[in-house]
Design a protein around this ligand. Structure first.
Ligand SMILES: C[S@@+](CC[C@H](N)C(=O)[O-])C[C@H]1O[C@@H](n2cnc3c(N)ncnc32)[C@H](O)[C@@H]1O
Length: 253
């Protein structure tokens, strides 16, 4: 309970157990949990659909490689950490490119799929490994972690970045009026950019829901800069009205 200015107590929002949500999603619909296209629901998966699924990971990694190489011609990572690796969609492509990839995920059921999907040049675990990586990648993950947990996680992740190493990190930052009724974040509405906070009803959702959280770019920048990632650029991400940014950058100390 929080004490208010007038001595009354107010209910503190119960933090949602997103780990339990992801264990449930990983158990029932792991591929659809990663990419919410109905083709990837468990009862519809075929070899062809799975090939498409992993091709999307290859494209995403290629896109990031060309972006980082365009900015840093010496971009040749020899190791990659894939935070929130899910079923290994990106880890597989990162392992092929670097020969040394590590996927971390909170959900054992996701990790079980990933171990089946990715060759032995990759390793997996629930905990961040105690070693440094040349490239830290996290796409469509932090947006599902409550920021009060996500910021310290980002700090811990960046502590694994080798000097001179690179990051590709995606965060949700706000949502537009289409999602005014969806609990869990900051809605920016209309031409005058009215901001509405909508964090109330999270605890009423049933287990296994995919919840979205918006981050504060100021806090993210402070964590990145403190870790020496002082050269960054952003590109816009829009998942059907959930807006955010992919951050591409390099550690210079
Ligand atoms: C939408 S999927 C994205 C998977 C992968 N990044 C990709 O793009 O293919 C989000 C993943 O983040 C994982 N995740 C959620 N919370 C996490 C946490 N606190 N720590 C690590 N992984 C987490 C989920 O289990 C899930 O596998």
């Amino acid at each position: 309970m929080l004490k208010t200015l007038f001595g009354r107590t107010a209910a503190k929002a119960t933090p949602r157990d997103t780990d339990a949500d992801w264990e449930e999603i990983g158990r029932t619909n792991p591929y659809y949990g990663v990419l919410t296209d109905p083709r990837f629901k468990s009862d519809r998966l075929t070899d062809e659909v799975l090939a498409d699924f992993f091709r999307s990971g290859e494209y995403a990694v290629e896109h990031e490689v060309s972006r980082l190489k365009g900015r840093y011609p010496d971009f040749e990572p020899k190791s990659a950490l894939d935070f929130g690796c899910g079923v290994g969609r990106l880890t597989r492509a990162l392992a092929a490119r670097t020969g040394d990839a590590f996927g971390v995920d909170i959900s054992e059921s996701m990790l079980a799929e990933a171990r089946r999907n990715v060759p032995t040049s990759a390793a997996f675990g629930r905990e961040l490994p105690d070693r440094a990586f040349d490239w830290i990648v996290s796409l469509i993950v932090f947006q599902h972690i409550p920021p009060e947990r996500g910021y310290p996680l980002l700090k811990a992740l960046l502590a694994r970045l080798a000097p001179g190493g690179f990051v590709t990190l995606q965060f949700a930052l706000y949502r537009d009026a289409r999602h005014a009724s969806v609990p869990g974040g900051r809605i920016v509405m209309g031409d005058d950019f009215t901001t509405v906070s909508n964090v109330g009803a999270l605890r009423d959702l049933s287990k296994g829901e995919m919840v979205m959280f918006d981050y504060d770019l100021t806090v993210i920048a402070a964590i990145l800069f403190a870790a020496g990632v002082t050269d960054i650029d952003l590109s816009h991400t829009d998942h059907g009205g959930f807006h955010g940014a992919s951050i591409h950058g390099r550690r210079f100390i």
